[in-house]
Design a protein around this ligand. Structure first.
Ligand SMILES: [Zn+2]
Length: 112
């Protein structure tokens, strides 16, 4: 993911939600599997909204597997770059379907 493009998208939704009021704080949720650098994202948001503060929270990934398992995956490696290596903790199958935790979302804004 490109931090600049994601930041632009998040700031755009925050501005729409704020309806011309000043955004004091925005909370952004970054999925555990989102292939983005959190410091870069924070920096790009700060460039677009210099008078707002940004809280970035990590959202844990959730997967669904063919064996019936649904929940937190077993993670072998994870990093800002590339897709992490993960599997089903129950049957050890690689890369079960990701239900959540692979995107960056605007969670909340505070305005005044
Ligand atoms: Zn499984």
């Amino acid at each position: 993911m490109d931090a600049k493009a994601v930041a632009a998208e998040i700031v755009q939704s925050a501005k729409e939600a704020a309806k011309k009021m000043h955004i004091t704080t925005m909370t952004v949720e970054v999925g555990q599997f989102a292939t983005i650098s959190v410091p870069d994202l924070a920096k790009e948001i700060a460039l677009l909204l210099p008078f707002s503060s940004v809280d970035i929270e990590e959202k844990k990934a959730r997967v669904k597997c063919g064996c019936g398992f649904e929940g937190a995956p077993e993670i072998q490696t994870s990093g800002a770059e590339g897709t992490p290596d993960f599997s089903c903790p129950k049957c050890k199958k690689k890369y079960p379907q990701v239900l959540e935790g692979d995107s960056v979302e605007l969670k909340d804004i505070e305005v005044e």
